[in-house]
Design a protein around this ligand. Structure first.
Ligand code: NDP
Length: 282
């Protein structure tokens, strides 16, 4: 039976550690880290995510600058808000909640955020730095996944890792981070010929698709580490992952629950990136 990789507990430890560092840093004269959250439109899930992020900011002692704009905001208006945040010295991290309403050019907006304040790690310069294995602000969900794997104590060196999903925010960056730790990585997607066969070979599986229980329990290799990134809402309103948790738990050595796995770690890493943006290596 798999052991649970408890993202909620680990994220709470990370936040506690950040809170202590912030209090100590401020005492020796470092600036209070500031995160700006930018929310455009009225997507209910986005409102909930931003609320959690703002609450986490308060908890660790960051300043939060919150900007809420209507769904009919123009590209120009949004870019000018981002420009203001880019030049505000009290703002060290900027998060633009995705998805943006139709009509706004997401790529152009992400590129407008200063790479030095790119708390989400989505700017092309930071993504390029990651590809080259350089120090940069890295995407939060993959950072959270790597912390969870580290917490399991499993050494990635020489392991076969399979990533299902190839988005710029999860699939591709986590594949690069696993590679950096010397795993042998396969990336699967909607055109992968035999997903079951790929998953069966995985010592470490990252499922980041957004389809409830796409990954069947019997596909999981005995002893595999299973990280379920997917967040899918069922008809009864409950949340579930991309992996059939019950069946997969009978075969995996470690598994993340949904909710309570990757999600809380994503927010913790957002805070950690903001602290790095504010203080560098101080
Ligand atoms: P995207 O929709 O951007 O990407 C989904 C990926 O899944 C695509 O690469 C797609 O392939 C692939 N895919 C779709 N269907 C299949 C299939 N049948 N077999 C194999 N691959 C398939 O999603 P994101 O990466 O943004 O998010 C993935 C999931 O993770 C979502 O549920 C999202 O809510 C969740 N998420 C959770 C976070 C957290 O903090 N816990 C943070 C970010 C995301 P193709 O490229 O060929 O279309």
């Amino acid at each position: 039976m798999a052991r649970i990789l408890d993202g909620k507990a680990l994220a709470s430890q990370v936040r506690q550690n950040l809170k202590e560092r912030v209090a100590e840093g401020i005492q020796v004269g470092l600036p209070q880290p500031g995160l700006a959250t930018v929310l455009v439109g009225d997507d209910p899930a986005s409102h909930v995510y931003v609320k959690f992020k703002r609450r986490a900011c308060d908890e660790v002692g960051f300043q939060n600058f919150h900007i809420e704009l209507p769904a009919d905001t123009t590209q120009g208006e949004l870019l000018s808000k981002i420009d203001e945040l880019n030049t505000n010295p009290e703002v060290h991290g900027i998060l633009v909640q995705l998805p943006l309403p139709k009509g706004l050019d997401e790529a152009a907006v992400l590129q407008a955020v200063s790479p030095l304040k790119d708390a989400d790690g989505f700017h092309p310069m930071n993504q390029g730095a990651l590809m080259q294995g350089k120090q940069s602000l890295r995407p939060c969900t993959p950072l959270g996944i790597m912390s969870l794997i580290e917490a399991s104590g499993v050494d990635l060196n020489g392991k076969k890792a399979v990533v299902v999903g190839r988005s710029n925010i999860v699939g591709k960056p986590i594949a690069l981070m696993l590679l950096e730790k010397h795993a042998t990585v396969s990336i699967c997607h909607s055109r992968t010929a035999d997903l079951a066969a790929e998953v069966r070979a995985a010592d470490v599986l990252i499922a980041a698709v957004g389809r409830a229980h796409l990954v069947q329990g019997q596909w999981i290799k005995e002893g595999a580490v299973v990280i379920d990134v997917g967040i899918n809402r069922l008809e009864d309103g409950s949340l579930t992952g991309d992996v059939d948790f019950e069946k997969a738990s009978e075969r995996a050595s470690w598994i993340t629950p949904v909710p309570g796995g990757v999600g809380p770690m994503t927010i913790a890493m957002l805070l950690s990136n903001t602290l790095d943006a504010a203080w560098g290596n101080k």
